[in-house]
Design a protein around this ligand. Structure first.
Ligand code: HEC
Length: 124
């Protein structure tokens, strides 16, 4: 009886988690054209995004960033979950002159799933 009381709520919650993760994977699909999460992969049009949350803006090795991202790096700005989510609303609005010509993601749940996906190495 106790077990049932534990398992029932779990079985209701798990699909919700699985779904959020799947949405994060799906939301990242268009980004893969330009970004990799494999730390060893270089040479794509965009900087490597492995471990992006917590690192300084514009700091991926071997990537030649635009002046606006170099300036953000020189000012000591870092990517955290909140800043990344704000960025994804309107990337070039946050950094005018950005060399990433991708429009923002309107759906807040999709942005949050994408940020969670990028924060959690286990889900890659
Ligand atoms: C057409 C190629 C392209 C696509 C698609 C693209 N990006 Fe980018 N991204 C870039 C480029 C180029 C830069 C570097 C911009 C600069 O230097 O101004 C960048 C920079 C970034 C940065 C800053 C990285 C750092 O090291 O500071 C993040 C975060 C980012 N992109 C996330 C995303 C996400 C999330 C998606 C998908 C929703 C995405 N990008 C789609 C090309 C792309």
């Amino acid at each position: 009886m106790r077990l049932f009381a534990v398992l029932l709520p779990l079985s209701l919650l798990l699909p919700a988690f699985a779904n959020a993760e799947e949405n994060g994977v799906r939301a990242f699909t268009p980004c893969r054209a330009c970004h990799s999460l494999d730390p060893a992969e270089r040479g794509l049009p965009g900087p490597n995004l492995s471990g992006v949350i917590g690192r300084a803006i514009g700091s991926a090795a071997d990537f030649d960033y635009s002046p606006v991202l170099r300036k953000a790096r020189d000012e000591g700005l870092r990517w955290d979950a909140q800043r990344l989510e704000t960025f994804l609303v309107d990337p070039a609005g946050m950094f005018p002159g950005l060399w990433m010509s991708v429009r923002g993601i309107d759906d807040a749940a999709e942005r949050q799933a994408l940020v969670r996906f990028l924060s959690d190495p286990a889900s890659r």
